[in-house]
Unconditional design. Structure first.
Length: 256
């Protein structure tokens, strides 16, 4: 599994087997859709897959496939998630939505298919510029940066994460702390621990207040803060700041 920093927004699409039934309207579809969403939020992924699979058996929509694929991915079924996003992209109008290409890129990344993942991020950028539905160019650059870095294009990766940090839309602002942490990882791997430390300081400054805000779930924010403190401890060790590293390790344990 790749670094959890890059695993927060992985989604996909698909058709799950369900019992053969006859439905006369959309009311049951909506019931299963809402139930599946609720179970995902409560961590009941098996139940979510069953309900969303039933919903997509009643009425196939890209949006329902996205939720179904997300649940599959969270269970570790990346191949199933890929099949689902492919199903979504075959549906009318879905190719005008950059988010679908981005989600497929993220799944391909999990499957270590970096060339295809790179192609899909580039498709996502093209579509987003023509049909700015999601306003998520910053996130697209972040994902493409991650892929380029693992393909060995470190300068290209750095250029992309720098581009991501320039965006000021709602999605970019909510993810800016993650972008700084992502860039810190790159700089650390490129033997620049001082620059990595500066970026991690910025990441913590941005992300830590989210723990008590309404902008993100406390559990998600706490997990990110914990991981970034641990990341900063590694950087401080590389800079021979053992005391600072120990403090960050202890601090990371306070976020649960």
């Amino acid at each position: 599994m790749k670094n959890c920093l890059f695993m927060l927004l992985f989604l996909a699409i698909g058709l799950f087997a369900c019992e053969s039934r006859v439905f006369v309207d959309d009311s049951e579809y909506n019931d299963f859709l809402v139930s599946g969403q609720s179970k995902m939020g409560n961590g009941d992924l098996k139940g979510a897959i069953e309900d969303l699979g039933t919903a997509v058996g009643i009425k196939q929509t890209p949006e329902t496939y996205v939720l179904l694929s997300q649940a599959k991915l969270w269970t570790g079924d990346a191949q199933g998630a890929l099949e689902e996003i492919n199903n979504a992209l075959q549906m009318k109008g879905s190719r005008n939505n950059s988010d679908y290409f981005l989600r497929r890129a993220e799944i391909e990344y999990v499957l270590n298919d970096f060339p295809e993942a790179l192609k899909d991020t580039e498709k996502a950028l093209i579509v987003e510029k023509e049909f700015p539905i999601n306003k998520n160019e910053g996130w697209i650059y972040s994902v493409r940066s991650k892929i380029k870095f693992d393909m060995g294009d470190k300068q290209g990766a750095l250029d992309d994460i720098n581009s991501a940090l320039l965006y000021k839309d709602e999605i970019a602002e909510s993810n800016k702390g993650l972008y700084y942490a992502q860039r810190a990882k790159m700089k650390f791997d490129m033997d620049d621990p001082k620059a990595a430390l500066e970026d991690l300081n910025e990441a913590i400054k941005i992300i830590e207040p989210l723990r008590d805000s309404g902008n993100t779930k406390e559990s998600v924010a706490a997990e990110e803060i914990r991981r970034i403190y641990q990341q900063r401890a590694d950087v401080k060790l590389a800079l021979d700041d053992k005391e600072g590293a120990e403090k960050d390790i202890e601090k990371s344990k306070t976020f649960k």
